[in-house]
Ligand binder design. Structure first.
Ligand code: PMP
Length: 466
């Protein structure tokens, strides 16, 4: 029956069952499936601000935020209106539009290392293109990634990836040819010695190191002070490129992403959770920056909730892309008028006050959750990367910061499912995996912080009893 037909089932459980009969696992992205927490995922009927509503009509404080894009909260009226107007002018033309240039300019004005910007539709395409570009530019085949970092689902980047693979405990994916996997070197995160040793052994064959500017797909594991800088130095010494993946962090933790926060503002772990207000790059950005990547990837916030992402970087590298250069990349719906409208409206609204508000409320939410766990005697650690944060369970995490995927996986993961469901029962929707960051929006206010604080007691009790 049609989607709004009354004969269609009206509960999440029934919809999930119907979905599973036609969609593998009932979901179009595995992270939605409640795989590690159990139960049927909530089917969402609508969302606004900091709240989502399921098909049963129940409202939740939302800490998923569409896995990142919803920086302003859901269905911001100005973003919705911009998309509505764009839709009225035509959904897609397969020809250039002024909005694409305006969005590329908006990206570059916030992240000046993005001298040229190519719009694509997903983060996966952005990182895949960045890797191809790095290989095309250097004439080398090997790519280095860090375990626990997720860069989308292209063949070469799935090895020891975070996100849904972490949730599922998967080392990689079936269907990736060994010949392709063999071109990816996986190193432990935050391990400078391993990075140096790798470059000593294979430096002349490495096209690029790709890294999440601040990893947030194995839980939030911020770079140790100087780690990104060291990646920059080591790659430059060996003629390899540095790709900073800011699909998740870009335009979310600050106007210039995690790069702006760390390379310009000097963010470090000791400032975590204090609601530091990030600055914007000035004319002196190149002198100030402690590290500058060759290529960057963006997604999520840059599309304001519509399918849009970007690969960007140094002009002479980016000009190697077709049609100016020999590295091919294309997309029927790239720079979609609907997506550029949503992205432009979102970035226009994402001013310093928005970032300050998000940082402040994220800090408060992290604090009330930490206090509740403390009160119940649940050993844990809350880790931050700007306004992104996540909770790690267990004595080991409580005693020292989690700095790698190995350490992230060593936590007491079983405490998360009851914690998650207690929050859900109390009307708070967390990302359904212990390996995911919590996403706070500018629409989260005092009411949401209080609701989360009230729910946190029960959730902490459930975690304590697990
Ligand atoms: N890179 C990072 C850091 C991500 O977090 C993600 C998605 N969570 C991706 C790449 C892939 O983006 P997409 O899901 O849009 O393909």
């Amino acid at each position: 029956p049609p989607v709004d037909d009354p004969r269609r089932p009206a509960t999440s459980a029934a919809l999930f069952e119907a979905a599973r009969a036609v969609i593998p696992g009932g979901v179009d992205s595995p992270v939605r499936a409640f795989g590690s927490v159990g139960g049927a995922p909530a089917f969402i009927s609508s969302a606004s601000g900091a709240r989502v509503r399921n098909v049963e009509g129940r409202e939740y404080v939302d800490l998923v935020g569409s896995w990142g894009p919803a920086l302003l909260g859901h269905a911001h009226p100005e973003v919705v209106e911009a998309v509505r107007r764009a839709a009225g002018r035509g959904l897609s033309f397969g020809a250039p539009t002024a909005a694409e240039t305006a969005l590329a300019e908006a990206v570059r004005s916030r992240v000046p290392a993005a001298e040229r910007v190519r719009l694509v539709s997903t983060g996966t395409e952005a990182t895949m293109t960045a890797v191809r570009l790095a290989r095309g530019a250097t004439g080398r085949d090997l790519v280095v990634k860090f375990s626990g970092c997720y860069h989308g689902h292209s063949d070469g980047l799935l090895a020891e990836a975070g996100s849904g693979l972490a949730t599922g405990g998967l080392p990689g994916s079936a269907g990736v040819p060994a010949a392709v996997a063999g071109l990816t070197i996986v190193l432990p995160y935050n391990d400078l010695e391993a990075l140096r040793a790798c470059f000593s052994a294979h430096g002349e064959r490495i096209a690029a190191v790709i890294t999440e500017a601040a990893p947030a797909n194995m839980g939030v594991v911020p770079p140790a002070p100087g780690f990104n800088e060291a990646i920059r130095t080591v790659t430059a010494e060996h003629g390899a490129l540095m790709i900073a993946d800011e699909v998740l962090t870009g335009f979310r933790v600050g106007p210039a992403g995690f790069w702006g926060l760390e390379a310009l503002d000097g963010w470090d772990r000791t400032q975590a959770g204090t609601g530091v207000t990030p600055s914007r790059p000035g004319a002196d950005w190149r002198q100030r920056a402690t590290w500058v990547p060759d290529l960057l990837t963006f997604g999520k916030v840059v599309g304001g909730g519509a399918p849009l992402a970007a690969v960007a970087g140094r002009a002479e590298l980016m000009e190697l892309l077709a049609p100016t250069g020999p590295v091919y990349q294309a997309g029927t719906l790239s720079g979609s008028p609907l997506a550029t409208a949503a992205g432009l409206a979102t970035l226009a609204l994402a001013d310093d006050e928005v970032y300050a508000t998000v940082a402040q409320h994220a800090g408060q939410i992290a604090q009330v959750v930490g206090q509740a766990l403390e009160a119940q005697g649940v050993p844990h650690r809350v880790q931050h990367a700007g306004s992104l944060f996540s909770v790690f369970f267990g004595q080991r995490a409580a005693e020292q910061p989690v700095g790698s995927y190995e350490e992230a996986r060593a936590q007491e993961t079983w405490r998360f499912a009851p914690f998650f469901h207690a929050f859900l029962d109390a009307g708070v929707a967390l990302p359904p995996s212990v390996f995911e960051a919590w996403f706070v929006s500018a629409a989260h206010g005092q009411a949401e912080v209080e609701l989360i604080a009230r729910a946190a007691g029960e959730a902490a009790r459930a975690a304590a009893q697990a």
